[in-house]
Design a protein around this ligand. Structure first.
Ligand SMILES: O=C(O)CCC(=O)C(=O)O
Length: 253
């Protein structure tokens, strides 16, 4: 991350890191993730309403906490690249707040609606950092992320629940599409309005979301400190999984 990108993060609420990982690295990661997403989709298919939270069988799946499944994901989320990009924004002690694979299948005709990540659950008062990593090319056709620049500046806004997720903006502005090549990543503020479009292609759009917070952040609803996996201490990489059992604390979805 260079100074220009950091400036864009503060001013616009997001920036893009092109080719952060190689195509081969993404193939390896995707191979690990696919199994869990398929298992999740199968579970949803068998569920009475074929959905759970914002996940819908054969359409869109949010498969969280892969770091609780395998050390492979812990290592990936604690990669030096994530330490380097989060510490200038969050300070020297950084924890992984959340990780989830989001797969959007060709049958997904609907948007995932405009929201702020803080809008899901309202348990964190602070701004945190969301990384949306493209496991395959993310395009307008297959349902990439769209952002509304500078919307991170007004704090947390009211969200309304809809059948497909919480929504904070109902106007006509489509926002800016963030098309990403496989291995590239968009980094944005948890306060930035974003959405994703329908998938009208014939392949699955695959993303992996990693969210980071300053270590020791408190849940504003309970007053308890979040127990999350640490990736950096004093600005240095320092994977500490002793609080991994708290990875699923939050969750509205
Ligand atoms: O990947 C997507 O389609 C939407 C994901 C998203 O916005 C989120 O999980 O907050």
């Amino acid at each position: 991350m260079n100074e220009q990108q950091l400036k864009q993060f503060y001013e616009e609420g997001y920036f893009i890191l092109e080719n952060l990982f190689s195509s081969q690295e993404m193939d390896e990661l995707t191979e690990q993730i696919d199994h869990y997403v398929n298992e999740h989709n199968e579970k949803l298919r068998l569920a009475e309403e074929a959905k759970e939270g914002v996940s819908r069988a054969n359409e869109i799946t949010f498969t969280p906490h892969l770091v609780k499944k395998e050390a492979y994901f812990q290592k990936f989320c604690a990669h030096q690249k994530f330490v380097d990009l989060t510490t200038p924004i969050l300070g020297g002690d950084v924890s992984l707040y959340w990780d989830q694979a989001v797969y959007k299948r060709p049958e997904t005709a609907k948007d995932f609606p405009w929201h702020q990540d803080n809008g899901y659950g309202l348990v964190l008062s602070e701004e945190y950092v969301t990384c949306w990593l493209a496991l395959e090319d993310a395009t307008i056709e297959n349902g990439c992320i769209w952002v509304k620049p500078r919307t991170h500046k007004d704090g947390i806004v009211e969200h309304q629940i809809t059948p497909i997720g919480w929504q904070c903006y109902f106007g006509d502005d489509p926002g800016i599409p963030v098309e990403l090549k496989k291995g590239s990543m968009v980094v944005f503020s948890s306060l930035l309005f974003h959405r994703s479009g329908p998938n009208v292609s014939d392949s699955v759009r695959k993303g992996y979301i990693l969210q980071y917070i300053p270590s020791g952040v408190v849940n504003i609803k309970t007053g308890a400190t979040f127990k999350k996996m640490i990736i950096a201490k004093n600005g240095q990489a320092a994977l500490d999984t002793s609080m991994l059992e708290g990875q699923d604390q939050h969750a509205a979805v």
